[in-house]
Design a protein around this ligand. Structure first.
Ligand code: FAD
Ligand code: NAP
Length: 318
């Protein structure tokens, strides 16, 4: 039997942005509800070592970090619900959202923290070798390929930035692009071509990622149009773009040209008063756990302030 949940703050998403918003909102006495979605804990639950989240001198595991954030949010009073929102009505406040089992959420404020997902090539070997040589995040995993040979696939800003970043760890970085011109900004292209540690393979597509014997992980990348067949590689970074999880909000909230939720710069405010956005769903530049967590904090504070003002005006008008 579907239930109806009433809350001062509904948070969509249980990654670093959603859980940080939940911690701040719960501590402010707002009794937030977090709808966790299909990936409780978010993107960090699909990685292993996390070495750049401040506060931990030793390497921590992504799933463990997200368990801790979830426990912290619960301890301070947030409610976690395992559901996925499939419909949103933002035309009037309180907002009404519907879960995939029919539950209805009636929310005075809404924080959208539905994240983004890396796009993948969909070629053989890619899924099986995820975390074993194939990655979509050089900032996160580049360190593990120190002194090794790596390839980056893509021709946009992300791919070029990832290739440049990887030269901090490797002297042998190859950018593989499917055309003969890059989409990346000129300034990035200039830096790419000036870097002696990077070579570019033009007009090449990945045919498959090649696994080694047993637990060896990635040993090569087969390219279409290549003469030499597959070459030995230690890490393959897929950097062909990210897709923000904003399908639900099309036509309901303004999105930017890349599909990310638009917010007033420097805040978490969307175009609809009472609706806030945080994390990768609104951020195509930084896309880190720490920045997502920071934005989650901002969204909770913005929502709290919004409610206080709304309550004040209701009292004055009464
Ligand atoms: P996400 O973590 O993407 O969480 C989105 C949440 O929204 C999920 O819980 C999902 O279930 C939920 N959701 C989506 N749609 C709905 C819906 N309709 N209804 C309800 N809920 C919904 N960053 C680092 O700082 N350090 C690292 O080492 C690092 N390693 C990474 C390794 C990998 C393999 C990947 C993919 C990313 C890595 N990142 C790392 C990036 C980091 O994971 C993201 O920047 C961060 O998770 C973004 O947090 P978020 O809360 O905005 O979104
Ligand atoms: P993007 O601009 O969409 O570029 C994706 C690249 O991957 C393109 O070169 C594309 O090739 C290639 N690609 C896509 N699908 C592919 C496939 N199936 N096989 C092989 N190659 C494929 O994505 P992005 O680089 O992540 O950038 C996304 C947005 O974020 C952009 O607006 C970008 O400007 C912005 N961004 C900004 C910064 C910054 O300001 N510093 C940093 C990162 C990203 P084609 O060129 O042939 O289409």
């Amino acid at each position: 039997m579907p239930a109806t949940h009433h809350t001062k703050m509904l948070i969509l998403g249980s990654g670093p942005a959603g859980l940080s918003a939940a911690i701040y909102a719960a501590r402010a006495g707002m009794q937030p509800i977090v709808v966790q979605g299909l990936q409780p804990g978010g993107q960090l639950t699909i990685t292993t070592d996390v070495e750049n989240y401040p506060g931990f001198a030793e390497v921590i595991q992504g799933p463990w970090l997200m368990e801790q954030m979830t426990a912290q949010a619960t301890h301070v009073g947030a409610s976690m619900i395992w559901d996925t929102i499939v419909d949103v009505d933002l035309l009037q406040r309180p907002f009404r959202l519907t879960g995939d089992g029919g539950d209805v959420y009636v929310a005075e404020t809404l924080v959208i923290a539905t994240g983004a997902q890396a796009k993948w090539l969909g070629v053989p070997g890619e899924q099986e070798l995820g975390g074993k040589g194939v990655s979509a995040c050089a900032t996160c995993d580049g360190f593990f390929y120190r002194g090794k040979k790596v390839v980056v696939i893509g021709g946009g800003n992300t791919a070029v930035e990832e290739a440049l970043y990887l030269t901090n760890h490797s002297d042998d970085v190859t950018l593989i692009h499917r055309r003969d011109t890059l989409r990346a900004e000129k300034i990035l292209q200039d830096r790419l071509h000036a870097n002696p540690k990077i070579k570019v393979l033009w007009n090449k597509k990945v045919d498959r990622f090649v696994a080694g014997e047993g637990t060896a992980g990635l040993v090569g990348v087969d390219l279409i149009d290549t003469v030499t067949g597959h070459e030995r590689t230690d890490g393959g970074f897929v950097a062909i773009g990210h897709s923000p999880s904003t399908e639900l909000f099309k036509g309901k909230l303004p999105l930017d040209a890349d599909g990310y939720l638009a917010v007033t710069p420097g805040t978490s405010l969307t175009a609809v008063p009472g609706v806030f956005a945080a994390g990768d769903v609104t951020d195509k530049v930084y896309r880190q756990a720490i920045t997502a967590a920071g934005m989650g904090c901002m969204a909770a504070l913005d929502a709290e302030r919004f409610l206080a003002e709304a309550e004040y005006h209701a009292m004055v008008d009464a």
